[in-house]
Design a protein around this ligand. Sequence first.
Ligand code: NAD
Length: 497
Amino acid sequence: MSKHVTHWINGQEWSGTAARHGDIYNPATGQVTGTVDFATSAVMDQAVASSKAAFAEWRQASLARRSQVLFAFRELLNAKKEELAAIITAEHGKVLSDALGEVTRGLEVVEFACGIPHLLKGGYSESVSTGVDVYSIRQPLGVVGIISPFNFPAMVPMWFFPLAIASGNVVIVKPSEKDPSATDFVAKLWKEAGLPDGVFNVVHGDKEAVDALLTHPDVKSISFVGSTPIAKYVYETGTAHGKRVQALGGAKNHMVVLPDADLDLAADAAINAGFGSAGERCMAISALVAVEPVADVLIAKIKERMAKLTTGDGTKGADMGPLVSSIHRDKVASYVAAGEKEGATLVVDGRTTKFEGDAAGFWLGPTLFDNVTPKMSIYIDEIFGPVLSVIRVKTYAEALKLVNDHLYGNGTAIFTNDGGAARRYQNEVEVGMVGINVPIPVPMAYYSFGGWKASLFGDTHAHGIEGVHFFTRGKVVTSRWLDPSHGGINLGFPQNV
Ligand code: NAD
């Protein structure tokens, strides 16, 4: 039976009829499994009005009440994580264990947000002047918008909304139209957890819905995650409309392998980080920088491991699932063709991989290139698929220059047994998240996630204390209570005595 996904506004499914909608696919079968409604700006207006009305009550909810709702939501999400993972696999294609992993990483942010009473504590200074005290508080912004990508339909929105809601804001999520069901599932859990109607609204759609959110005068902030051109557009449009914006963009993550590294560990890591989730992760490793003389041995070890990987339906135990759409699969395949044409050595060709699944699925197997150079499109562009490129360099300095010269600066990893070299890399590399013998260094919820350069527009990263700051405004209060000694006229600028 074909499903119909619609907006979730004010604690219920939207009852209108959409003029436009998108198809939802199961990437493992290539079949359309349902449709999702696309919002007009009038629907967005409806959602914002509902959010605004809910803000009046929610911003006044005590910290005790907010954290009780968050704890209840955490329990429900934990109890239903398998159900949510199955929804993700059915629309995204990633294998079930990976989908469960993304829900778990999202849960960690919810758990962090459960500590909101502590996170929102301000400072207090007694007697800054005679009889005068000063204290700081942080208050919610109001209606906040979240626009998310297809590749983490549960985790990425959860980088933002637990802290936004815990801080007293009201949220509108615009999920990716490719896998929209996960957010509606989450909306129902919030309702069950006791969150008042209107605090968590979901509006589906494409550019029209995004533009309506970016330009709405009552929307105070935008948290965006997606490709770099759209992140830049969202940042520029949102800030031009007076909003606070954090826009996380694309990536090209380098893994540097030094000559003293454990090459078995490095080969395992390259496989996991290169081909997990079919390379559709913003923290996937796509450029493997081999500092000679390691390349030949490392490539042999990676090739040996690739031969054992299975590509197939994510519900049936394969290592790697399909790509999200036929268009995206064809785009990734076109990069494989371009790499060959540009003179890279195609070591393993994923276009010929045998897959276990429906012939109509969006398949492309793990692909490995050697002798890739910085001028090739497979090195310059974010491919966002299971394509790993090996770049051979002679020295650490050459490796570092390569990484620092790249447009993107999301994540990177170095593999070495030399603590001094690793420490130097962490200091010198111009990238936001660094792994030392850890290929996908996604920070824990109590640190903040974000890249540098074209991987992030704005200055605030996601979750951790930066997340709390993003979703709140600071206020400083200077107070004096009546005391007979405080009288008298003085037109001079206040000085502390
Ligand atoms: P995308 O940029 O195509 O879409 C992201 C969101 O923007 C979606 O909600 C989409 O509906 C909307 N959108 C698409 N086109 C638009 C337009 N013209 N105007 C306004 N809105 C538009 O990204 P995607 O393909 O869904 O996701 C993959 C991308 O996201 C990759 O580039 C990946 O690196 C990036 N990503 C980055 C991070 C990070 O933390 N930096 C995390 C996850 C994904």
